[in-house]
Structure formats: structure tokens, C-alpha cells
Design a protein around this ligand. Structure first.
Ligand SMILES: [Zn+2]
Length: 335
């Protein structure tokens, strides 16, 4: 068995939390449980998000037991990936052509940051050490053209909000650079609100170390691995180092196949991970993450990349998020 932090959903486990942990705890390098999933529902007794009642008892049992066993415990939380909240068209992120996304929130929503902050505070009252935060940026560079983003960004480049389009932005390098900078500011302002919530809840509970937020960074060859990610998604590891000091690199999120040693693509990936050395040297935590780790080989492949990139913390799920196909489509689709 290869040690890693496995992020579980209660239905992945066909026995009680106690039985499962007594069998597998010694193989685990941390235990993760889904806290709020991409459907927008909480698996714990939330007063903020809608609750999947069937799982709340398991959630409490799980985190109480992992704490009792001294296992590092994480709970996941989907942030802008939130189908329930995105039912309100006002919050949906939108393409330049006006196509709305029914599963993802526009990151330029201060009131949604507050909503996320409440969820962080609620999770933080449980005996967990870390929140694994998914869905942390824009879908791609072509987002977002909702009313609010149009009306805020258009004046920055002296354009009418209604006439703002992606084509208009990218045909001018200066406009495009301002677009990146403006979106990046939104993403990090949102993360700061969540980090502040984590700090705040720490003052009310007895926790050995501060509650840490691992921020998902998608590492996708189509979006230029780590450097390209800054412009596509809006997040920047240097800023994350200032805010949460914790990144979770989601390797090749839209592909079932990872590159292997000997391929040029493998070398490019390892090189794209070089930033993590400096990130760690300055006190940050770095993990490699992968969805769909269904075989030992898939775990070993990820660990090989970690070994070559100097990363020794690994996480993953056995399955895929329940909105995977729609998320993949919006990420790789030609919107
Ligand atoms: Zn927007």
C-alpha cells in the first residue's frame, strides 16, 4: 500500500467509519472527507449550505475518530464549483457570447466569498487540520463576462460594458494584461476572505496548529502548466504563499493519462513544478493531487513525479467529482 491522503466520500466506504479506520489507518498519510461537494451540498450539519442529511452522522464519526487516532484530518470544500448556488443566474459565470455556466460561480462575488467564509468557519469548528479547497479560480481565460465583470472591467480599458468581448480584450496586449491582473486580484481577494475566516475560527476552538487551507491549482498542459495557469485561472502561487501558504496541485485534471519518465512532456511537467522548491523553502506546504487513483500504478506514477520534482506529499480520490463531465467540458470546451 502506497501512503497518501485519500479524500473519501462516505458512500466510498461500505462499512462504519470505525471499522474502516481500524483496518486502514496505519496505511494512511492523512484522512480526507468531503465537506462541501460540487453539488453545493454540505455533508456535515451546516447552517449555511444545504445539507445532505444522510451523511452528517458519518462526517462527525469520521473526524472524531481520526482525531482520536492522531491522523492528520482534512475536509474538502468546493468553492466556485457550486451547482446549488449557481441556480441563481445572478451568480453564474458567463462566456463572452453570453453562455451561462450552471455549475460554476463567478469569482467576482464578494457576497459569495462571505458565504464561503461561513462554510470555512463551520468546518473549522470540527477537529480537522486542513481544508482542501477546490474550484478556486476562473474556468479559463475566456471567463467571466457576467454583468458585474463587464461593468467593472470595461472602464479599466475605456470600453462600454455592453461592447466588451473576449476578442476585443485579446487583440490588445495591454488590455489582455490588465484583464489578467484584474481577475487575479479577484481570485486572491476571495482567498484572503477564506483565510481570514480560518484564522478567526482558530480563536474560538482548541487546535494545536492553525487550520490550513490547501488551494487547488490545476496543472494542465492545455493551459500552460504552472505559468499558464496564472493567466487562465487567475491564481498565482506567489500570492497563495502569502495568503494560505498551502497549495494542492491537481495533476492533469482532464486527462486519464499522466506523462511518464523519458517523455519530453514529463520533463516539462517536472520543470513546471520547480516553483514548489522555493514555495516550500519559504514555509509553504505543497501536495500533488490526482482524481481517479483507482490502481496502485496510478499512485506510483504520481509519486514518481513527486520524487523527481522534490514533492513528498500526496493526495487523491478513488473516483471523480460528481460534476466531472460538465466541468471537464467547460474547461476544455471551445466556449
Ligand atoms: Zn463575472
Amino acid at each position: 500500500m502506497e501512503k497518501l491522503l485519500v479524500l473519501m466520500r462516505p458512500e466510498d466506504i461500505d462499512m462504519s467509519a470505525r471499522e474502516f479506520l481500524s483496518m486502514y489507518a496505519s496505511y494512511m498519510d492523512g484522512a480526507g472527507i468531503v465537506g462541501k461537494d460540487p453539488s453545493g451540498h454540505a455533508l456535515f450539519e451546516s447552517k449555511t449550505a444545504p445539507v445532505e442529511e444522510a451523511h452528517t452522522k458519518f462526517f462527525v464519526e469520521w473526524v472524531d475518530l481520526t482525531q482520536a487516532l492522531g491522523i492528520h484530518t482534512a475536509a474538502s470544500m468546493d468553492f466556485y464549483t457550486d451547482v446549488w448556488f449557481a441556480k441563481d443566474p445572478k451568480y453564474q459565470t458567463v462566456t463572452s457570447e453570453g453562455q451561462t455556466m450552471h455549475h460554476q460561480i463567478c469569482p467576482n462575488r464578494e457576497e459569495f466569498w462571505q458565504y464561503g467564509a461561513e462554510v470555512v468557519k463551520e468546518l473549522g469548528t470540527y477537529p480537522i487540520h486542513e481544508i482542501l479547497l477546490f474550484g478556486t479560480g476562473f474556468i479559463r481565460d475566456k471567463f467571466c463576462f457576467c454583468e458585474r465583470c463587464r461593468s467593472e472591467f470595461a472602464p479599466i480599458i475605456d470600453q462600454e460594458p455592453s461592447r466588451l468581448s473576449y476578442d476585443y480584450i485579446v487583440e490588445n496586449q495591454d488590455h489582455h494584461a490588465k484583464w489578467h491582473e484584474w481577475r487575479s486580484q479577484k481570485v486572491h481577494d476571495g482567498l484572503r476572505v477564506l483565510q481570514d475566516a480560518a484564522t478567526e475560527v482558530d480563536e474560538t476552538v482548541d487546535r494545536e496548529r492553525p487550520l490550513s487551507i490547501a488551494v487547488e491549482m490545476l496543472m494542465d498542459p492545455e493551459t500552460g502548466l504552472s505559468e499558464g495557469a496564472k493567466n487562465e485561472y487567475g491564481y498565482d502561487y506567489a500570492k497563495i504563499l502569502e495568503i494560505t501558504k498551502n497549495v494542492m496541485i491537481n495533476l492533469y485534471p482532464w486527462s486519464p493519462i499522466l506523462p511518464v519518465p523519458g517523455q519530453a512532456e514529463y520533463d516539462a511537467l517536472v520543470e513546471a513544478l520547480y516553483f514548489t522548491t522555493e514555495f516550500k523553502r519559504r514555509g509553504g506546504t505543497v501536495s500533488l493531487f490526482r482524481w481517479g487513483l483507482s490502481t496502485i500504478d496510478s499512485v506510483r506514477e504520481m509519486k514518481q513525479i513527486g520524487k523527481d520534482a522534490g514533492i513528498d506529499r500526496f493526495m487523491g480520490t478513488f473516483g471523480y467529482p460528481n460534476d466531472y463531465s460538465v466541468r471537464r467540458e467547460s474547461a476544455v470546451g471551445n466556449y
